[in-house]
Write a protein that binds this ligand. Structure first.
Ligand SMILES: [Fe+2]
Ligand SMILES: [Fe+2]
Length: 194
């Protein structure tokens, strides 16, 4: 549904929509960490034609994508935010519901990461590059849509009570995964200094 809205997406921090909800601000801050790793991945891919596959680097990036992006960030979106968004849409508070497209993109991302992993394991540079390029483009556009379309819609549409319940659930998850998440955020910051 949103595929046509964003044709060419270039990240621009200054253009990001302002959010009031603490819950959505948490998710948007996680996007910033994800984009730091994605920028480093893009740099590595650009240089890959002239060097060997740095398995340690790619294993760390794939681990970050699977455990931070997917099992931490996407899990909160899928299990908490999107469910509340769908409920709200069913009650008629939103006319256009982008959740289905967002779920589709989460799945497409998983396929691209699998391709990256296969390319790395089989030492097939072209497969690794294709998987990584697909993932980079997909996740940048996905994040842009969430930051500028879905999150602002949720910010407007979800009631304060719902926002409060979501925040409590987020805090529980963030507390339970505190150590692991701190490690991933440190990794993202190191990547941004690369
Ligand atoms: Fe998402
Ligand atoms: Fe997201």
């Amino acid at each position: 549904m949103l595929r046509g809205i964003v044709g060419f997406v270039k990240r621009n921090e200054g253009e990001r929509m302002k959010l009031n909800s603490k819950t959505l601000k948490i998710l948007s801050r996680e996007h910033e960490n994800i984009l730091k790793v994605i920028d480093a991945l893009e740099l590595e891919i650009e240089q890959l034609k002239n060097k060997d596959i740095d398995t340690i680097f790619f294993k760390k990036v794939i681990d970050f994508i699977r455990n931070y992006v997917d099992k931490f960030h996407h899990a909160k979106e899928e299990d908490i935010l999107f469910k509340e968004f769908n409920k709200c849409a069913e009650e008629g508070c939103i006319h256009c519901n982008p959740v289905e497209q967002m779920l589709f993109e989460h799945d497409e991302g998983r396929k691209s990461v699998k391709m990256m992993e296969l390319g790395m394991d089989e030492r097939e540079k072209n497969k690794l590059i294709e998987g990584a390029r697909n993932y980079i483009q997909l996740i940048r556009e996905h994040i842009y849509k969430e930051d500028n379309i879905l999150y602002p819609m949720a910010d407007e549409a979800l009631s304060e009570d719902v926002q409060k319940t979501m925040l409590e659930k987020f805090n529980k998850i963030n507390f339970a995964k505190k150590k692991q998440v701190e490690g991933f955020e440190k990794f993202a910051n190191e990547m941004s200094e690369k």
